[in-house]
Design a protein around this ligand. Structure first.
Ligand SMILES: C[S@@+](CC[C@H](N)C(=O)[O-])C[C@H]1O[C@@H](n2cnc3c(N)ncnc32)[C@H](O)[C@@H]1O
Ligand code: SF4
Length: 450
């Protein structure tokens, strides 16, 4: 049971509790503020704790920020001491630590002081600093900057860990003609809203689940926009699963000026691939790389740490193989199972206890091989509280990934299950507009979205 007399802090404190595997049975909290002092009192399974913290409060915004920080930090300290567990990001629960670091810096403060106060591990403070360095020259906070996202929620089959709103294409192909019509309409209307176009990202799902002709229709619909607003913008197709790669699809991308593609192995173990329902082999991954290389695309690679029964050795092998492919970007995700994922629904996943170790070794291997961390995000309620980090070879960072994580540019997202964002940098405001998730509802309502 959890009770607090401060509604504003309720979810924030619950987020701290959820960082820990062990949870208190009874937790009560009370808060008051008097003469510059923030008083937080907790009773946790019968034990009482109280704290007084001082902070300079100049306005309501700062008051709220300090109220939140002190309460979270104090609860984190109690639970960490009681359960003998430290978290890699300490009392920080937000999903964008780098964005928080930028906000601190913009206010003239050193982000490291806040991170230390919130008990973030030293190596993560260093990680954030390295990421900010790698983003120099790309990070740009300017109203009107725009990234275009085109959603292709179709996949060859559904992977067992995945909760994305996407379905096996043999069940949804009958929606495709109407879906492509909708994309045409949305993209034609989108011309009104594009500012300074920084990147285009056709993502999924698995865009290569489409046939050459279907894919061509999508590229044709994007083309006028791309040519009009910035024919030199980064242009990515998240081709995706190696089993659907083909020479003619790659040649088509080249014809339309695509600069970057994703080849996603997730793991270089056939045993794991089979367990997670990827329906492709490691040999398919190498074949997809071989096919792609001659077109000269920049290549992004996705891996997942913590899959099924993988040992650290199996995961390290995957990281080393990814490096050997010469990929320009390698993103290491930590497995995070949400509702909608088969493994979550069936409750069949046995927690992998090595994730933190895997994350540490991926950092070591990738930095030793000349990769720099360049974007990151955390997932809420992820086992081990680790993070997903994208690594890049020097000067090969993916603009789209940085913009989307730092929320510095408008995201003009078209298609089903797409979330458009409008960023008002000076006001610190972001407005969001989500389209319908399921295909028939999206198709039926597309005119309203436009
Ligand atoms: C939007 S998905 C699309 C990728 C593409 N369809 C593919 O599978 O190759 C982007 C990435 O998210 C990651 N991902 C998906 N589900 C995940 C999960 N449950 N936990 C961690 N990472 C996940 C995978 O690494 C995946 O490549
Ligand atoms: S991981 Fe990729 S291919 Fe697999 S179901 Fe999710 S989006 Fe589709």
């Amino acid at each position: 049971m959890f009770v607090t007399d401060c509604k504003f802090l309720e979810n924030e404190l619950l987020d701290v509790v959820r960082l820990f595997k062990r949870r208190p049975e009874n937790l009560t909290h009370s808060f008051r503020f008097e003469e510059g002092v923030f008083y937080n009192a907790f009773t946790i399974d019968g034990k009482q704790f109280s704290f007084e913290d001082r902070g300079q409060v100049c306005d309501e915004l700062i008051f709220k920020r300090l109220e939140r920080r002190f309460a979270k930090l104090r609860l984190y300290q109690i639970l960490s001491a009681e359960y003998g567990e430290k978290m890699p990001w300490g009392a920080l629960t937000g999903i964008r630590p780098t964005k928080l670091a930028y906000t601190e810096m913009e206010s003239g403060r050193n982000f490291k002081e806040l991170f230390k106060q919130m008990q973030v591990a030293d190596e993560n403070i260093q990680l954030v600093e390295n990421i900010l360095n790698a983003q120099k020259g790309i990070y740009e906070k300017k109203d009107g900057n725009t990234d275009l996202f085109v959603s292709i929620p179709f996949c060859p089959t559904k992977c067992a860990y995945c909760s994305f709103i996407t379905a096996p294409i043999d069940r949804t192909r009958h929606f495709l003609p109407a879906y492509l019509d909708c994309l045409d309409k949305e993209l034609a209307a989108a011309q009104e809203s594009v500012g300074n176009l920084r990147s285009v990202y056709i993502g999924g799902g698995t865009p290569f689940a489409l046939s050459v002709e279907e894919l061509k229709r999508v590229l044709q619909a994007v083309q006028p926009l791309y040519e009009k607003f910035n024919p030199h913008a980064e242009y990515t197709v998240e081709a995706g699963r190696p089993d659907v790669f083909s020479e003619d699809k790659l040649a088509l991308l080249k014809d339309f000026g695509i600069t970057r593609i994703c080849v996603n192995p997730q793991s270089f173990s056939d045993e794991t691939l089979q367990k997670i329902g990827r329906k492709h082999t490691v040999a398919d991954v190498y074949k997809a790389f071989e096919m792609s290389k001659k077109y000269g695309f920049d290549i992004n690679v996705d891996l997942i740490a913590g899959l099924e029964d993988e040992t650290p050795e199996v995961f390290e092998h995957s990281v080393l193989e990814a490096v050997k492919t010469g990929a320009d970007n390698i993103t290491v995700h930590c497995l995070s199972l949400k509702s909608g994922a088969k493994l979550k629904e069936e409750n069949s996943y046995l927690e992998n206890n090595f994730i933190s170790y895997m994350v540490a070794s991926s950092r070591q291997i990738l930095s030793q091989n000349g990769y720099l961390p360049y974007y990151m995000y955390r997932q809420k309620y992820q086992v081990g509280n680790n993070e997903n980090v994208g690594w890049t070879k020097p000067n090969k960072a993916c603009v789209y990934n940085i913009d989307i994580m730092e929320e510095t540019a408008d995201n003009l997202a078209v298609g089903a299950n797409a979330v458009s964002k409008r960023v008002f940098n000076d006001k610190g405001l972001i407005t969001r507009l989500a389209s319908q998730k399921d295909l028939p509802t999206y198709i039926a309502n597309v005119d309203e979205i436009i």
